[in-house]
Design a protein around this ligand. Structure first.
Ligand SMILES: NC(=O)c1ccc[n+]([C@@H]2O[C@H](COP(=O)([O-])OP(=O)(O)OC[C@H]3O[C@@H](n4cnc5c(N)ncnc54)[C@H](OP(=O)(O)O)[C@@H]3O)[C@@H](O)[C@H]2O)c1
Length: 285
């Protein structure tokens, strides 16, 4: 029987990378269902509309029953704005348990124990306590955040503006995280594991600017304004407030040294080295 897999956050940055990846797998034997809160828009979306769509809203717990009907596995991606996990994610896990979901794969962040304030840790706890088989994929800082937030300014003004100070981050290729998520869906070795996915080395933004400069043969400068100035600049560049807040929080973790953490789990479980930031830079710039 085909597995029915519900993916939450499917229209977001990670969700889209995951769905694009699955689209390219000719041998995909899973029935993938995108959980979306804006069904009309999703039906018009070129990528999302390739998949079955089901209404799903974390803030409307009444959508959980129908969304999980007949689902065998859940890929749980938490929207960055959702902080009250007890109110909105715990009930989802309870419905999942009642519906006999066989496996939950949760996208978390590296070194969660070091940041007790971030919501991912409580979600991990709810999942484990539910007794549902799980895979917790704790990802490092996506390299692709640079494409998302800094590419335009790099090309236009030769600057990277972030508030990460001199802190180092474990730049992680989102494609590695996506591949591991897909592999975890049907391989026994991933069951009941916490896996940390990171690049193989940490860098600060000075070093990243240097690497991009070398590749582009153009001087790219890293600037680190105050948090307020960063927010103002990014608002002016028309980024969403949600993304700016998310990136400010992530930069704060980097600044405090919490993202300077490397793991070999990816190589051990996927049998290959994680993608290097140099490769990403060559492809992207
Ligand atoms: N960025 C990183 O470097 C990084 C690293 C490790 C882990 N993570 C984690 O990855 C997760 C996802 O991040 P992302 O960057 O993909 O987020 P994102 O781009 O902001 O996407 C959020 C997704 O959640 C959906 N959503 C928002 N509110 C919802 C609601 N009330 N009900 C149902 N769906 C809702 C959004 O749908 P709409 O399209 O309708 O808005 C969208 O699909 C976060 O938990 C983040 O902490 C990020």
């Amino acid at each position: 029987m085909k597995e029915n897999i519900l993916i939450t956050g499917s229209t977001g940055f990670f969700g889209r990378h995951l769905l694009s990846y699955i689209q390219e797998i000719p041998s995909n034997d899973k029935n993938i269902i995108a959980g979306v809160r804006r069904e009309k828009e999703a039906k018009k979306d070129q990528l999302i509309s390739q998949y079955q769509i089901r209404p799903f809203d974390f803030f409307n717990t009444q959508t959980f029953e129908d969304a999980l009907e007949g689902i065998t596995k859940l890929v749980l991606v938490r929207p960055p704005a959702l902080k009250n996990t007890k109110r909105y994610i715990l009930p989802l896990i309870e419905v999942a348990k009642r519906k006999n979901i066989k496996h939950i794969i949760f996208l978390s962040v590296t070194n969660t124990e070091k940041s007790k304030m971030i919501p991912h840790l409580s979600v991990e706890k709810y999942i484990i306590e539910s007794g549902i088989p799980y895979t917790i994929i704790r990802s490092g800082f996506f390299m692709q955040n640079i494409s998302r937030l800094n590419k335009k300014e790099i090309l236009k003004r030769q600057t990277i503006t972030m508030t990460a100070g001199s802190g180092k981050a474990n730049f992680t290729d989102i494609r590695d995280v996506v591949e591991m998520t897909y592999s975890a869906l049907d391989q026994e070795k991933f069951i009941n594991k916490h896996l940390e996915v990171t690049g193989s080395k940490s860098y600060n933004f000075y070093e990243v600017a240097e690497m991009i400069s070398t590749h582009m043969k153009k001087k790219i400068t890293y600037t680190k304004p105050s948090a307020i100035k960063f927010i103002r600049e990014k608002v002016k560049e028309k980024f969403s407030i949600q993304l700016i807040i998310q990136m400010s929080a992530v930069c704060n973790r980097i600044k405090l040294g919490k993202s300077d953490f490397i793991s070999t789990d990816f190589a051990q479980y996927m049998g290959k080295e994680p993608r290097a930031i140099e490769t990403y830079i060559k492809e992207e710039f």
